[in-house]
Design a protein around this ligand. Sequence first.
Ligand SMILES: Cc1cc2nc3c(=O)[nH]c(=O)nc-3n(C[C@H](O)[C@H](O)[C@H](O)COP(=O)(O)O)c2cc1C
Length: 363
Amino acid sequence: MAGQAEIPADVVALCDYERHAAERMPAPLRAYVDGAGADGLTAQANLAAWQAIRLQGRVLADLRGADTGLRLLGLDLPHPLILAPVAFHGLAHAEAEHATALGAAATGSLMVVSTQSGLPLEDIAARAQGPLWFQLYMQPERGDTLSLVRRAEAAGCRALVVSVDAPVNGLRNMEQRAGFRLPEGIRAVNLDGMRPPQIRSEPGRAATFLGLMDAAPRWEDIAWLKSQTRLPLLLKGIMSAHDAERAVAVGVDGVIVSNHGGRALDTLPATAEALPVVARQVAGRIPVLCDGGIRRGTDALKALALGASAVLVGRPQIHALAVGGAAGVAHMLTILRAELEVAMALTGRRDLAGIDETVLWGS
Ligand SMILES: Cc1cc2nc3c(=O)[nH]c(=O)nc-3n(C[C@H](O)[C@H](O)[C@H](O)COP(=O)(O)O)c2cc1C
């Protein structure tokens, strides 16, 4: 693996990757990766909410043959830990998304490739050894959206994850203060040649209500998209019972409870708070996944206990990539899976189906 770095010996948990990455990444890049919307309250809440939930231990359970495997939208996965779609991996490592995909495959992990990958989705898929989903940002022109869908299908992606929570960028004050700019040579290549939203200009006005929202997807576009592809369709960014019900009604195959890692609308609740609300509404009709602040196997266990079928991790993959390239990503996922297994063992759960709210203290 070109450019592979030694993983420091004191990296034993995901927070260690974050610490080492912070030492290696210039301040503006750190502000981009670790920053969040406005005051960062939702991003902090994501972390704090998982930490605040207590587990209920169980002893002497029969855990012979215990296993973390699951079947999810037609895929057999050895564990429920997924790499969330994250833009521009080339910011963290020269091998960019290729390195992440290698780390994912080495650990049997599903990777969600972002619309905003810095490498063409076809190139990532051609070299990937493991399964991929494609995260889709719907484009102002249906023809452009459809072209992304056809490309993802042709590249062998196994599902489409439509991110619906960021039709306008969050107010990334931390990034702004740090003066983050995409370096020369890193851009959203998958969108080359596509028509951007047509923004009118008016002094003293932001783009949001001057064209950006006119081009933003609506529920009817999701119904249209569903009719255009046989790939399973998930909506990412569902944070309310209302939207969860509409998602089921429109016929999508899964939802992801996500507040974009706190990068979109600040002061949204933590995903640990929204997950049970969404899971109750969906009531098992389609899989519910969750991301935001998952940093420990215990966090993953708690999400599964609150109704998630699987969880996604965002920032930790960039930290691991910056520190150790593909090997770092594989190691990060290995740590998280090992932690999940310990947490399952000590709460007496032999498989994911056996994880329910009785895992949680006070249930
Ligand atoms: C640097 C960065 C870039 C991201 N880019 C995307 C993206 O292109 N598409 C998307 O749907 N979500 C994107 N996200 C959000 C992640 O998919 C995920 O929802 C979030 O990072 C989960 O929270 P966590 O970082 O606390 O694990 C990005 C997140 C980060 C940190």
